[in-house]
Design a protein around this ligand. Structure first.
Ligand code: ATP
Ligand code: MG
Length: 172
C-alpha cells in the first residue's frame, strides 16, 4: 500500500524533539511535496527512520542540527538523514551495517550495534537500498532510495543506483 512519507516523517521527528532539545539540536525536514508516496510497510519504514535519527542524535555533539530531506528523481524517492556529527572512518564504513558492529563498543554511548543492520535488511525487503557517505569530524549522510514504480523493478533499481551516485558528488 502506498503511504505518504512526509506526514510519517513529521510524526517521528515530533517524537524525537524531546531528545534533540536535550542536546540543543534541531531536526529539519525538507520536501518538494507532501504528496510523495511509497509502497512500504509503515512499521518497518518507521523503524528505519527511527534508527537513522537516533544515530544522528547520538553520534553528534550538542548543537549540531540534523537534516531530513525528501527528494524525488523520476521513479525514485530519496530520503536522507544528514548530521554534522563525529563521522565514520573509511575503515569502519563498510562494517557499520553488520550485525553488532560498533565503531567504539567501549564508549559510553550505548546501544547494541543492531540498528543499521535492521535498516539494511528492511530496505532490501522493500527492493530499496541504503548508502552512507561520511567524513570524520564533519558528519554523515545516510541515504535511502525507494522505487516508486510497481513494475519493471530491475530497471528502476538502476535508476535508484544512478540517483544515489549523483548524490555522492554532493558533500554533506
Ligand atoms: P543500536 O542502534 O542497536 O542502539 P548502535 O547505534 O551502536 O546501536 P548501529 O545503529 O547499527 O548500532 O550503528 C553501528 C555503528 O555505526 C555505531 O555504533 C556507530 O559507531 C556508527 N554510526 C552509526 N550511525 C552513525 C552516525 N550517524 N555518525 C557516526 N557514527 C555512526
Ligand atoms: Mg543505532
Amino acid at each position: 500500500k502506498k503511504r505518504a512519507v512526509v506526514p510519517i516523517l513529521s510524526g517521528i521527528i515530533e517524537s524525537f524533539k524531546k531528545y534533540a532539545r536535550e542536546k540543543e539540536q534541531t531536526i529539519y525536514l525538507t520536501f518538494p511535496s507532501d504528496k510523495i508516496s511509497i509502497d512500504i510497510d509503515q512499521v518497518m519504514f518507521e523503524k528505519i527512520i527511527i534508527n537513522l535519527l537516533s544515530n544522528a542524535i547520538k553520534y553528534s555533539p550538542p548543537q549540531k542540527d540534523i537534516q531530513v530531506k525528501v527528494k524525488e528523481y523520476g521513479q525514485t524517492v530519496i530520503i536522507s538523514v544528514e548530521d554534522a556529527g563525529i563521522g565514520i572512518s573509511g575503515s569502519d564504513i563498510d562494517k557499520i551495517f553488520d550485525r553488532y558492529y560498533q565503531v567504539d563498543a567501549n564508549s559510553a554511548v550505548g546501544g547494541t550495534g543492531l540498528g543499521l543492520s535492521i535498516v539494511k535488511e528492511f530496505m532490501e525487503m522493500h527492493g530499496g537500498k541504503v548508502e552512507v557517505k561520511s567524513q570524520i569530524g564533519k558528519g554523515s549522510v545516510f541515504t535511502l532510495a525507494f522505487n516508486v514504480a510497481q513494475e519493471n523493478g530491475k530497471r528502476e533499481k538502476d535508476v535508484a543506483s544512478q540517483a544515489i551516485n549523483s548524490l555522492k558528488s554532493i558533500d554533506p
